[in-house]
Design a protein. Structure first.
Lengths: 442, 442
């Protein structure tokens, strides 16, 4: 009888508690849908700092901005963790068709590209993709500028980018092995605007000059090549890579009330490429995850576990911040309850992926009104989370609609106007619900 | 009785003749809808010549290209008429916010802008439009960079552009009178991409440095200004204007079989700005009107009147070709039966305007299947036609849908991919029908 009564009380208490948790999560969601917190964060970052290539003065300013912003946002603790990497700097890049149809081309040097040391003039040899370049003989390629015209399919989940991006990483290395003097790739992007998309290539000793052409410029070369006359191009790429770069992962934490050492890690990356103001990549992720945590921090009581926002350093040139974090915290990774990064712009979240059916059962009734579908086990948690995932940390993913993400990604056109404030709010609502429930659940 | 019979025969002949003319016009229309002539012309011009700023080597190449193209197209006569103008050349332009939020800005110098002679650093003072600048005191403006943030409304007929463009023409002159050191305008354009729109400003002695900001950059300045701190900008604009520029109106004619001295003048302009490849402005107009005339020239017999294609020189910097043509031909303007220019891209024609109700009755049954509405008296015939219209030449206009025209106009993004081949064919069909009927009618 006493046991039965105890069980009954316990069940009632659990039920009351669960209702409180769900009510709180629901209130968080509604508050997020009315909140300008995320917009204000990304507006401030993109306006006051703007482009913030890792290792530059602007990146230092971004770190100072982030530290001040997290302190103002009411996090219990804010700290920096150093991240070291080689600094790659763009000075200038120019390209022009020399003959037979003289005209300028729009290019952007790729991260870790080499320089041309003045103007480098050579004939181009075109390939449809990496496989075609692989099977080419050295005599076809030697002394030429390799042009790889791999296109990128538009897809909601970025899978088209995944298929195309190896050209950017590996094209230069392969072209060099075959004796090419430089490599030009069709931008890994889905737009047809005159914006070349930058992005990192493989780090190598003595890398080839490597640059992306805008899609209209790649099409222009294809039309010229169809005329069956040799096309000569002059490239002038001036960049440098220096050892000894440093930046910081900027971290803010809301300490858990019961299990403060157990951490829900939510994140974006603070650095951006130098061409745009880094609004969708990744001012949005910084803003979404910070705003979600800030809303949780504003609740009457702290959640059971800690919520840690990590604004990673130098994601763009090789996940340097993510790797440094995993290394620095490798002994506490069993205390990382869940981790995820928002690094796919500000498109609407349409699916929630996590390998925990019980948690899906708990969260989905709160996410469904946001238009979010029940998903499957997360295949990843974002680029900076991969090192943690590889070391066994559980991840979740709030999958966003990325249909237009690769129209702007890594271009000068990645600016604040590309973010829809309503969609940004929906993201914050989803992140607030999931982060809170993970932090609060038993 | 004899008179009655004669009248009957005449009526029958007229009817047979009219049917033949209408049948021919219909066949022209159907042929045009299947034809790649216009696409091939604009593809060739934008690929093989590319950007062709008036007075440059590329412009010379465009003239040679046009002459060869018209000869190949089977025109009875092809000739050049010289056009003289001051040559304006862009060397480079750079802008950056110096303080308090250091970052680059995307600008494009305006035609006939002055240079800064190295870097010019000054505070900006913002105005919503020309009226606000007019009413400003000199003390507000003196020594500063004037920023005019006039936006451009999207409209099917370009009326939004018409309202906004005075800022580009007159902003520099007005700012100079008030003692400003330079002028930056929000691009006269309807897109929100990182493309500044160039375009001509008023020619003046000792003009101010004048440039357009892309819309996202103008928005960025507005956000900075909202923070109520002085914004200092550094401009580096290097351009030059030289006397003694020359180019050519390139003209092809299909000689009329009965009234060869009576001319239907159809036209586009051959020059383009230097930033894009001049596909919509105005490779499209060159291609549409040339292809329409070429189809007429391929008929079994020449039309009654002559069809003259004029590919005007240097429209962009002040309608130099149009003015030169009107001057050179001012004694034969009574022989110019009708004139029009296609200079609004390759959007679908949606209305036919002409102040001739009888001709509208004749043409509309043939245009209606193309989705073209009966219009009113034409308010103009295109920029290069204005000098002729002012001297009494009758004009018509095939009004195009220009909803997206000012997204690309005068930017680096004016490239071939912005032209829809189907829409281009509809344009050729409309121009072929109208041009042929005007040339053939009694």
């Amino acid at each position: 009888m006493r046991i039965t009564l105890s069980l009954l009380v316990l069940t009632m208490m659990n039920s009351v508690f669960a209702d409180t948790m769900l009510d709180t999560a629901k209130q968080l969601r509604e508050d997020a849908l009315q909140s300008n917190l995320a917009w204000d964060i990304v507006e401030s970052l993109t306006t006051e700092v703007g482009p913030r290539l890792a290792g530059t003065v602007a990146d230092e300013q971004a770190v100072a901005w982030a530290q001040a912003m997290l302190k103002d946002a009411g996090f219990d603790r804010v700290w920096l963790e150093p991240v070291k990497f080689p600094v790659w700097l763009r000075h200038h890049e120019k390209a022009r068709v020399v003959s037979p149809y003289p005209q300028p081309l729009h290019i952007s040097a790729l991260g870790y590209s080499g320089s041309t040391d003045g103007e480098l003039t050579a004939e181009i040899v075109a390939f449809a993709g990496l496989a075609e370049l692989k099977s080419a003989s050295a005599t076809e390629v030697e002394g030429k500028i390799v042009f790889i015209n791999q296109s990128t399919d538009r897809s909601i989940d970025g899978s088209g980018y995944g298929k195309a991006v190896p050209v950017r990483y590996a094209g230069g290395k392969l072209a060099k092995e075959k004796g090419a003097v430089a490599v030009l790739i069709r931008s890994v992007g889905t737009d047809s605007h005159r914006f070349p998309h930058t992005g990192s290539s493989l780090r190598q000793d003595m890398p080839l000059p490597a640059a992306a052409l805008s899609a209209p410029d790649a099409d222009q070369l294809v039309r010229m090549l169809a005329r069956k006359t040799p096309i000569t191009i002059a490239l002038d790429i001036d960049v440098e890579t220096n050892a000894g770069g440093q930046s910081y992962n900027v971290i803010g934490q809301i300490d858990g009330r019961e299990k403060p050492s157990e951490v829900i890690l939510v994140s974006g990356h603070l650095d951006s490429w130098d061409l745009g103001t880094g609004a969708i990549d990744d001012g949005a992720g910084v803003a979404i995850t910070t705003a979600a945590a800030q809303l949780i921090g504003a609740l009457p009581q702290r959640p059971r576990r800690s919520v840690r926002v990590v604004l990673f350093a130098n994601e763009e040139q090789g996940i340097w911040g993510g790797k440094a974090y995993a290394k620095a915290h490798h002994e506490e990774l069993d205390q990382h309850y869940y981790a995820s990064e928002s690094d796919f712009g500000a498109g609407l979240v349409w699916q929630f992926d996590v390998a925990d059916e019980v948690f899906l059962d708990l969260a989905m009734p709160l996410l469904k009104p946001l238009g979010i579908k029940r998903g499957v086990a997360a295949s990843g948690g974002g680029p900076d989370i991969k090192p943690l995932m590889d070391m066994g940390v559980s991840v979740f993913r709030l999958k966003q609609n990325g249909l237009d993400y690769f129209d702007y990604h890594h271009t000068a056109d990645d600016t604040l106007d590309k973010i829809n404030p309503e969609s940004l709010r929906q993201n914050v609502a989803a992140w607030a619900v999931v982060t809170y429930l993970l932090a609060e659940r038993k």
